[in-house]
Unconditional design. Structure first.
Lengths: 262, 262, 262, 262
């Protein structure tokens, strides 16, 4: 953990496949979407954040134990290659989130292995990629993630994501989006899992320059500050406490008492 | 209370002013909006409900102690004359809700005295009455209020209600509406207050025949069943319990102990 | 699905290991804990339920596709042998819950594979098995799961489960328990996942005759009625909808559009 | 509003009656409970807070429009004289909370007019003042209000407050207390109302030196930081927006359109 006075250490993870395969995506995001997302955080937080990026094609997808240990908040963008993310890495990220690492899941990351594992549901939804306008409405104006954000945020062209979005009830519903076609979507939500804080934010797509939008960049930046851990990373653990003893727990030794050895 | 096998006793309260003053409203609802709403409940619940109506212009607005005692669920439609509802009657309805009576607040009832008193907020919102299409999306498909309802419900013409809707976070968010203009609205929500269950449902307006819409009628009918009390009406009370005594509480005798009299 | 007028089809799954290994458990539950739990449901629901049992040692743990298809609500008790439950069966149960099957997870089931998969967290807690008294307090008296239950339920002797319980925020917090040692525990909670409804209820242990307690039996019975599906079982699915089309979705064909073949 | 870098302006309001009437209370809190509460905030926040106090007996209870305008977070302690708080002042405080002022309601303030008005319920509970031990357990360890607080907080002697506490479901349940008698209480909870943030915290009583307890002082201090407004104070307002117009709303002109004058 870093203290709240030190810069938040943000790692933007990008799948980085559309940018290599599709020219139209490369035209929008010539340095990769992860780079654009990272630049948006730097633009807003400046010295208050230390932002790095990594991608799927790095060894261990760039998400080694050491890297995660040094990450306060992980930002996740994936789409075409969810299945290529190794289960072992997903387990590792999951463990770090439960121990306190913040996680931002963006847009098509709703169908990533890590999000599904944290939610416990299918995370399916309704969609259409046809130049809908998206309006992102604030329904929780007291929340720090909405600081400095207009109501609504206007995104001229976007992929439509619509309900029913199969997720658990969020801890906080912050944004609801409306689309040209009349569809609605819970587009900004927080979830607590273990000691970690998670923010799902749906605006953002490979086919539209959404990650250059100043309000979208502001939301993502606010969310990294919000999601940073407030305690030392610690694994939730099953512990036994004697009667009248509240602070000194004993490790679990199994479901059935062993007879004393002879 | 009636048991869950007996018909739910529903009272539809209508302000009944637009119908008298505006010919266009009278053309849509010749027998009054309250009558149409009541007919929709009978259509769906048949023998499972006993539905009556009353209006603002009745003595005590038709909401005497005796009437409320015999009501399982009160359905509230008001708009032009919120201020004419006597504070004393509002207090009475409030007391019955806390004691267990169900309450459905429809559409412009968001600005009624009784809803404001139960919510504690301004209950303001954004609006426009200009023939928007409203789509009512289900975000809680497991909820009994959504039984038999398509996703979305399509309402061809409706007044727009949009966010930010200044209400407390609901217990359950069940419907979100999207409008032609791109606005969104949390249009179906439940709230618990005291021992009473409350459902706010925004579709429905004096200028459009929304209370003839079969899906809207179905939602209102489902909600009356959901909101009916499950226990004898009882007033939440402050009680003192001795150590080790859990069921026999003593009434409150004031904040400062009296010295024993001499 | 069965209709709400037909008996709810309940399957009680028991690990059935303590009863075989430990004489003191066998003395309390001579027919197995699953049998006692099942009898409590029959006692309360009578003809309104069709209750069967199965155990870990059955082929496929008694949880074949056919069995689950014919189950409205699955009740889960496990403790010593969580690891012996085959991953394939866990996947199957998970799929059925997302498709609408109700699930009751009892006591030490908090650490079962299926509960962990649905929650996404470690589900760890603090504990002590030392004859604490447990008082189960109702904090949601409007909820059908509390019908006919005193406040508090008094359990003379119980294992202590205490906070911090590492679970997602529940949809509804219904019971909170207090123990002799001063510990507290969120002991009755609901969660929605996919189209399924889940109730976690902590009272009940192999070392104490808690499943003979009439109030505990009543809660479990109420919960089976509450958790039964209200719709035909259906798998949440990702679907594409054209502009203006709300009901006829198209299956997903992959993340990147294929060029037309030559 | 002050910015998040400037000191939070906290006003501690004390009823200050027990201290004058009861010698045992004066012995514990010789300078008044409000002074002790204020000192605890200064102890923790130092330069990060500007803390002042006022009491019931001041003109307008010390809560004029000017004073509230200059207050970021109001801390409320009352008990014996809830009824003496003028309705006009309650309206004023309510208006400021909806406009964004933070509010901390302590202990017996659960029955104050302002808390009841914001909650919409009776705010009744079960109680006993008999030297119970209170353990305050954290159930939301990610929340900033829990920073630096042990789990549990141990209070050697306290009044017992128990469930059922008749309040709306909180936005966030942060602490649950357990008492010697086995009672439990949702003792730390947040609520959003209008643009304001509210924290209710039950530990603290006139008969015990709870406001000298370092952990209790820490919680109250954390909560003032959490509750401070993040936006300029603004009154939630009903506004009409034309189709395609999202930022320039028109004031409400009444429920029925006037015919054009001749």
């Amino acid at each position: 953990m870093t203290t709240s006075d030190s810069p938040v250490r943000v790692l933007v993870w990008g799948e980085n496949r559309h940018e290599q395969i599709e020219e139209k995506v490369r035209a929008i995001y010539p340095d990769g979407m992860h780079t654009t997302i990272a630049e948006g955080i730097v633009e807003n937080l400046g010295q208050r954040a230390q932002v790095t990026t990594t991608t799927l094609d790095e060894p261990e997808h760039g998400l080694t134990e050491e890297v995660l240990d040094a990450t306060d908040v992980l930002v996740w963008w994936g789409h075409a290659a969810h299945d290529e993310v190794a289960d072992e890495v997903v387990e590792r990220v999951h463990r770090h989130v439960l121990a306190g690492m913040g996680l931002l899941v963006l847009h098509s990351g709703h169908w990533s292995k890590i999000f599904g594992k944290l939610m416990g549901t299918s995370c399916t939804l309704r969609w259409r990629s046809e130049h809908d306008q998206e309006l992102v409405w604030t329904v929780n104006p007291q929340h720090p993630i909405t600081d400095g954000v207009p109501n609504p945020i206007v995104i001229p062209e976007q992929e439509m994501y619509g309900e029913y979005f199969d997720i658990p009830t969020p801890d906080e519903l912050i944004f609801i989006s409306g689309f040209t076609g009349g569809e609605v979507f819970r587009s900004g939500m927080t979830f607590r899992r273990g000691f970690g804080k998670i923010f799902y934010f749906s605006p953002g797509d490979q086919d539209f320059p959404v990650y250059f939008h100043p309000d979208i960049r502001r939301v993502i930046s606010n969310a990294t500050t919000w999601a940073r851990p407030r305690r030392e990373r610690a694994t939730p653990t099953l512990l036994r406490y004697e009667l009248g003893e509240y602070f000194d727990g004993q490790d679990y030794r199994g479901p059935i008492e062993e007879p004393a050895s002879v």
